[in-house]
Ligand binder design. Structure first.
Ligand code: NAP
Length: 253
């Protein structure tokens, strides 16, 4: 079903983190040539080696999403290393600050907004400009169920992800006529190295009991939605928000 992906070129931001490295591997496994973009270049080489070992093709480019120049340079580098324009972008870089709203300082707020909303905008705009020039492309913004419902102590994160979902729809509207699709993937709680300890704790177990499926997600639970949004199988989908959350969004109020 996703055969059209074979030979396409993609760029994944935040590609050395938990979900980003997984997204890169999944795309590479479908035959996509992938540029892994991130700040910690040294973490990229083993990721590329693993993809190549699995028969895929990948390269590393340096990108800090808080700098427009860095985003532009990264696209240039990716296109030159991949041998052509980027056709799929996974806009995944993100950070979280967990603190009660009343105690957040200016820096807590600004840092999260600058990566999760402004950074995602910089990447999406740069990708969109290039994709418009070639008349095709798929941008997948990695949002969160916290962009659709709220939890405590992550006010900037929730606001940024809600903004990213609205931005997804605004860009989808403008760029549909240019053959560029823009969709959002909104994961629920997904187990990665960063949160594994928390989910094993009593507080983590209590959270899991509130998820209708009574489990947290694994990165591979996002594979179907990722490949669908990337591929021509979703040719009539743009401006969509796909939640993959074990039913968390429909948990009882
Ligand atoms: P993660 O392991 O912390 O990965 C985040 C990545 O973003 C890291 O590779 C980090 O790079 C990168 N990043 C941060 N600031 C950056 C910047 N200024 N420029 C470029 N890259 C930057 O977190 P994750 O769980 O994989 O999350 C990935 C995405 O999924 C995020 O957008 C997150 O909000 C979203 N999400 C995650 C979950 C979940 O349960 N895990 C649920 C919903 C949504 P460095 O390593 O260089 O800092």
């Amino acid at each position: 079903m996703f055969e059209d992906l074979r030979g396409k070129r993609a760029l994944v931001t935040g590609a050395f983190g938990g979900l980003g490295s997984h997204f890169a591997r999944v795309l590479a496994g479908a035959g996509v040539r992938v540029a892994l973009a991130g700040r910690r270049i040294e973490a990229g080489e083993p990721a590329v080696a693993q993809i190549e070992q699995e028969g895929g093709a990948a390269c590393v480019v340096s990108m800090d999403v808080t700098s427009t120049a860095s985003v532009t340079d990264a696209f240039e580098a990716a296109e030159s290393q991949l041998g052509g324009p980027v056709q799929i972008v996974v806009n995944n870089a993100g950070i979280a600050v967990t603190r009660p709203a009343a105690e957040c300082d200016e820096d807590d707020w600004q840092s999260v907004i600058d990566v999760n909303l402004n950074g995602a905008w910089r990447v999406a705009q740069t990708a969109g400009q290039r994709m418009i020039a070639h008349g095709q492309g798929s941008i997948i913004n990695i949002a969160s169920i916290l962009g659709l419902r709220v939890a405590q102590q992550v006010p900037a994160y929730a606001a940024a992800k809600a903004g990213l979902i609205h931005l997804t729809q605004a860009l989808a509207l403008e760029w549909a006529r240019h053959g560029v699709r823009v969709n959002a993937l909104a994961p629920g709680y997904i187990e990665t190295d960063l949160n594994r300890e928390f989910f094993a704790s009593e507080a983590g177990q209590a959270l899991i009991r509130r998820v209708p499926q009574r489990r947290i997600g694994q990165p591979e639970h996002l594979d179907g939605a990722l490949l669908l949004l990337a591929s021509d199988a979703a040719t009539f989908m743009t401006g969509a928000v796909l939640a993959v959350d074990g039913g968390h969004l429909v948990s009882s109020l």
